[in-house]
Design a protein around this ligand. Structure first.
Ligand SMILES: *Cc1c(COP(=O)(O)O)cnc(C)c1O
Length: 420
């Protein structure tokens, strides 16, 4: 066996033994509340209810938006032909960024190829090896990779634990004070960044934005939040985490840096950062994942612009999603299943509803049994979540009917009780 095959084979065999081997489902219809899964060996397809999509508002397959996207391809062609800083920057990019700033209520916006690239580029542009980053232990992989790339010193705090964040800040200050004697006094002053998911992608819970702002302010830290799963989901009009708290009467500003993706509720592709004009100009000049890559296709930028406008004009779509989430959680409770962290059932706001099972193999079996019954809910396992924390992760869409959600909750309960 070649060295390469030996090395890759060993990895794959141990993944198989640990029940963490990954394969891709082949879906042969567009992303919508129902999809068909191809069975290649039998040359058939199976229609399932999709409780697994990030397209929370079901915009990927919305007829008028598909038509507008098709027209954008006819107008702007298939590709952008260059980086944003060379020839790639077309009218749709300019309009999309204005619209993003407008939607989020900030001065300016910058788009990236993906949300992953936005995190990697933004964190490594803002922080270098003399800086300090405080990171929630459940932050998304793209945040973690951005931190690694920045080479900043990173302190991980316990999930959503504001006392532990303060503890980490105090630890960092003490270490800095010890080192300060041998720091070059001409060096730029180090800065500190707190970074967190707004909605945690595997648990569906929310970051405590008001408290984070207080702590950031009191300790001279910048605050960055990743709104991948909250844009289009939280707040009466889908503006995200700050709107969610403001709706509850808890005053809340934007974080210094707000990041998001166009690939989830917006139903397109691309990442973005919104904030002050100064911040955005800085990122255009410094973020390597913005500079050294081809601009997203102008048709995609136009589609994202159209879909954002659709969200603005259809707040009832966001409200349907929120009602569906509440309905589904109640149905789970009635069926005897309380979603992870029992407080979730009452206060669940995000569209991600985890049902923690623990054992990797049991989670896989439950997911397979549900698929047999025509419901697609993935099993999430290590390394996406910690070992022994495997779970079914249901994601709700605005277009699911209550009948479908009730049926799904009943099936989940049945599958889990017959499993044990
Ligand atoms: C999905 C996700 C991203 C990445 O966004 P893409 O556009 O899919 O690359 C970043 N952060 C969080 C929290 C996410 O859930």
């Amino acid at each position: 066996m070649s060295v390469l095959n030996e090395f890759t084979d060993k990895f794959l065999r141990s993944a198989q033994e640990a029940h963490t081997y990954r394969t891709m489902r082949h879906i042969c219809t567009p992303e919508a509340s129902h999809v068909e899964i191809a069975n290649e060996s039998q040359n058939t397809a199976r229609k399932v209810l999709l409780l697994a999509s990030n397209s929370y508002l079901d915009l990927c397959n919305e007829p008028e938006l598909k038509q507008a996207a098709a027209e954008a391809v006819l107008k702007w062609g298939t590709g952008s032909g260059g980086a944003r800083l060379t020839t790639g920057n077309k009218t749709p990019h300019e309009e999309l960024e204005k619209e993003l700033a407008n939607f989020k209520g900030t001065e300016a916006a910058i788009t990236f190829g993906t949300g992953y690239m936005a995190n990697v580029g933004t964190i490594s542009a803002l922080c270098g090896k003399n800086d300090i980053i405080f990171s929630d232990e459940l932050n998304h992989a793209s945040i973690i990779d951005g931190i690694r790339l920045s080479k900043a010193r990173c302190y991980v705090y316990k999930h959503n634990d504001m006392a532990d964040l303060q503890r980490a800040i105090n630890d960092a200050k003490m270490e800095q004070a010890k080192k300060s004697s041998d720091i070059d006094e001409h060096a730029e002053p180090a800065h500190s960044l707190i970074v967190t998911d707004a909605v945690f992608s595997m648990d569906g819970d929310l970051a405590n934005l008001p408290e984070l702002q207080k702590i950031a302010h009191a300790n001279d830290c910048l605050l960055m939040i990743d709104e991948a799963h909250s844009t289009g989901v939280l707040g009466k009009t889908g503006r995200g985490l700050a709107e969610h708290f403001n709706d509850m009467g808890i005053p809340c500003d934007h974080a210094d840096v707000t990041l998001g993706t166009l690939s989830k509720s917006v139903g397109c592709e691309g990442g973005f950062v919104v904030g002050s004009r100064q911040l955005i100009e800085f990122l255009k000049n410094k973020a390597r994942s913005f500079i050294f890559t081809t601009a997203m296709s102008p048709a995609m930028a136009q589609a994202a612009y159209n879909n954002l406008k659709f969200i603005e004009q259809h707040p009832e779509r966001v409200q349907s999603l929120q009602e569906n989430v509440k309905f589904f959680c109640k149905a789970l409770v009635k069926a005897g299943l309380v979603p992870a962290g029992s407080q979730l059932a009452e206060t669940q706001s995000s569209a991600i509803v985890p049902i923690v099972i623990g054992d990797e193999a049991a989670a896989l079996t439950a997911s397979a049994n549900l698929q047999e019954r025509g419901i697609l809910i993935p099993a999430i396992r290590y390394p996406t979540v910690a070992k022994g924390q495997a779970r079914l992760r249901a994601s709700i869409m605005a277009t699911h009917t209550q009948e479908e959600l009730l049926h799904a909750a009943t099936c989940i309960a049945e599958v889990l009780t017959t499993n044990h």
